[in-house]
Design a protein around this ligand. Structure first.
Ligand code: AHM
Ligand code: MG
Length: 344
């Protein structure tokens, strides 16, 4: 027997009724993000056909410049969200500065920080990519929003989520009342509830990291990854290694199946690669809401107050027991655990 199909908008209305303290005002922000993601999805699924369909040079059949998909995604989200009257300011991984609401448009009380197309180096290989978003309340009082509105710690987020474009496209979000996943049904153009109330396993059997950087890592991170490869039935080691190289895809898999994602700082980039505002903070909120954890090795990701828009952070993210155990290695708190290092 089939259960009733619930669309994203029906679900959001239902949630508003269940949580009377929720004002529902940013429901429309979320619906606008969903709309932008459908427009991005339409382009992503045709990415491999650009040549086949006869788009020549730098112009398409409409005489418009063919944009790189990450630029297209950035502009689509900015256009869709910028003129709804709900937002005070936006910030994108693709833009150096904050993005004001266009001149003449009403200014609202929310702020959206977003990574329009994360993992975009994977596009041409038809591998999953994603959009990550974070919704905050503005802190300035009048006029257009400013940098100060964007630079808030993750604990202040009202909503965080991602869209994963892949074999099927999914939108996963939290507003602090559970983590819910919706799968896009292209024939009706709707996101349908497919993964209500996601809980991540307490411990996983998988680690996700770019191990090509091993020689650059700190001793603690090296020891942790070495440790995951040692046989131990009690903790299910050795762990499996799974790394797509698209954060949304690696995070999504580990959220459902359990495991840990690592992008540590290293000798060259002490603060790693991933950004606090567009990647780490929104995924940290989702992880915590699903029962997981997220740390930079010392601090909870959600408590980091970034000093600049594109500030980076080391990131250890996933099942709570794995993240806590990883922290003990990163902080050098378990010298008793010796790990034999493979030399070949
Ligand atoms: P991007 O925002 O430029 O796409 O970079 C972020 C991506 C993440 O999706 C992924 O986790 C990471 O970069 C992979 O980096 P690396 O190729 O160094 O492993
Ligand atoms: Mg990114």
């Amino acid at each position: 027997m089939y259960s009733r199909a619930v669309t994203l908008s029906q679900f959001l209305q239902q949630e508003e009724r269940l949580h009377p303290e929720a004002t529902g005002e940013f429901t429309s922000v979320l619906m606008d993000i969903a709309l932008a993601s459908k427009m991005i999805n339409r382009e992503v699924v045709r990415a491999g056909l650009v040549d086949v369909l006869g788009f020549t040079g730098t112009e398409n059949v409409h005489g418009e410049k063919v944009q790189k998909l990450d630029v297209f995604a950035h502009q689509t989200i900015t256009r869709v969200l910028g003129s709804t009257g709900q937002l005070a300011v936006l910030a994108s991984e693709e833009d150096e500065d904050v993005i004001p609401v266009p001149e003449g448009q009403p200014v609202g009380k929310y702020v959206v920080n977003f990574d329009p197309l994360d993992g975009s180096s994977n596009i041409n290989a038809n591998v999953n990519i994603g959009t990550i978003f974070s919704v905050l309340p503005r802190v300035t009082r009048r006029g257009g929003g400013t940098l100060k509105d964007c630079l808030q710690p993750g604990v202040r987020q009202l909503c965080a989520g991602y869209v994963m474009y892949g074999s099927s496209t999914m939108l996963v979000y939290t507003t602090g009342h559970g983590v819910h996943g919706f799968t896009f049904e292209p024939s009706i153009g709707e996101y349908l509830l497919s993964h209500p109330n996601i809980h991540t396993p307490q411990r996983g059997r998988t680690y996700s990291v770019n191990e090509g950087n091993y020689s650059q890592w700190t001793e603690g991170v090296k020891r942790y990854v070495d440790y995951l490869k040692v046989d131990d039935d009690a903790t299910g080691r050795p762990y499996s290694s799974r790394y797509v190289g698209s954060l949304v895809a690696d995070f999504h898999r580990n959220l459902l199946y359990g495991g840990i994602f690592l992008y540590p700082g290293d000798r060259k980039n002490r603060r790693g690669k991933l950004r606090v505002l567009y990647e780490a903070a929104p995924l940290a909120l989702i992880a915590e809401e699903a029962g997981g954890a997220a740390t930079d090795g010392e601090r909870r990701i959600l408590e980091i107050s970034p000093a600049s828009l594109h500030e980076r952070t080391p990131l250890f993210l996933g099942s709570p027991d794995d993240v806590r155990e990883c922290e003990t290695f990163v902080q050098g708190r378990n010298p008793a655990i010796t790990v034999e290092r493979r030399t070949h």
